[in-house]
Design a protein around this ligand. Sequence first.
Ligand code: SF4
Length: 509
Amino acid sequence: MPCPSPQRKGGDGRLTTAIDPHDQGPQDACGVFGVWAPGEDVAKLTYFGLYALQHRGQESAGIAVSNGRQILVYKDMGLVSQVFDESTLESLKGHLAVGHARYSTTGASTWHNAQPTFHPTATGSIALAHNGNLINTADLAQMVIDDEADGHLDLQMRMPPTSTNDTSVVTQLLAHHPGQTVEERARDLLPQIRGAFSFIWMDEHTLYAARDPQGIRPLVLGRLERGWVVASETAALDIVGASFIREVEPGELIAVDEEGLRTQRFAEAAPKHCLFEFVYLARPDTVITDQRVHSVRVEIGRRLAKAFPADADLVIPVPESGTPSAIGYAEASGIPYGMGLVKNSYVGRTFIQPSQTIRQLGIRLKLNPLRDVIEGKRLVVVDDSIVRGNTQRSLVRMLREAGAAEVHVRISSPPVKWPCFYGIDFATRAELIANGLTNDEICRSIDADSLGYIDLDDLIEATSVPKPDLCRACFDGIYPIELPEADRLGKHLLETPVHATALPVLNNP
Ligand code: SF4
């Protein structure tokens, strides 16, 4: 485990590294929230639900509300707290609502691609929010063209030409087919959609939720005294005072209206829950597949301590996602736990470009070392993952400059070697440091004294979820939903020239 490296020690005195504040770790692909609750302030409930889900997407936020006659959508770029204020929320009156906090996967980060997506239907309209990423977007876009050719698509019902995300394509397909109700149309359409989707959508009267047959992204159902809530994570139920009922099952379609809650299956469940949700994506106070995420992370830390012990004086986390595993590492190793890094909690995605001077401070925008805690200590530093390696390299350098005698890095996920096509934006395969380098080489590259990654099977055991029920493709390269050809995948699929020609309805008004 110690890096076989002669080089060392002490910082090199430079704060300027290759760090970019935008060189972030894995980015999640959205938080979704829906509520049906006559008599309640559904816009505010949705606002607070999205607030609890902000970690899942920070590029844009939106809320759609229906008063039974029409749907009103308000969305904009930025954090939930930047997009909405009291007067905006006051104007969103109704008894059901759908909300979304976005990080872009398919489709650029633009206002037109912000969600919920809105579309007129033959009898009204729908608004849809999506967590996940589809892998047959090109086929679905072709279905829109075929619908038009078959006369199912009124020209006035085309998607705005500037919307280029997979969610807009699904919204169009749900909205067409005037001969069917939205529910009937969903039952036909959902089995044709491939990839990761936790959808929440609404028409003027009914709230709908559906989860892909693999249940890759989480989706939970909660109960209010006078209504129902569906959300990405249980933490969002807690914040609005809803009690957790159960997960929306993989392959399940739920509808809620004045007649109550109806449920039906559109596909057999074949669970492949995202393993990375346990490591990093979900909030620690969330429950996934009956497992408390915080407890799972503490257990990962215990296992890391047994597999990769260190002769050290202090265990510190990289806050906040490394914190539970650092607690577990300290507990199992007997090495004291302490806070060696202070996180600026208010660093979200900023639209203010930092000047070059500020950019060069890099990671200090997010983390600052506590010199008096660190000085002269042999540290174990626990982080959740290494993607490109730039952040950890900067972190080690920063700790050495703050006086650390040794820095032993422990990672609570296995090496990330493969990209995710189901809703997490890591990096391209070529950018993933573990794709090209051995663990020893990574250790040297980040200039740590030693490096230990949790073993994949150890991680899976810590979750208590059976291995066949988990997607772990970013670690082992086994993709549970077969991927199409590479040219039919990608964030900018609907923005590329080839599709501009092949899929005219998406690009020509
Ligand atoms: S590839 Fe990784 S991040 Fe993506 S769904 Fe599978 S486990 Fe999760």
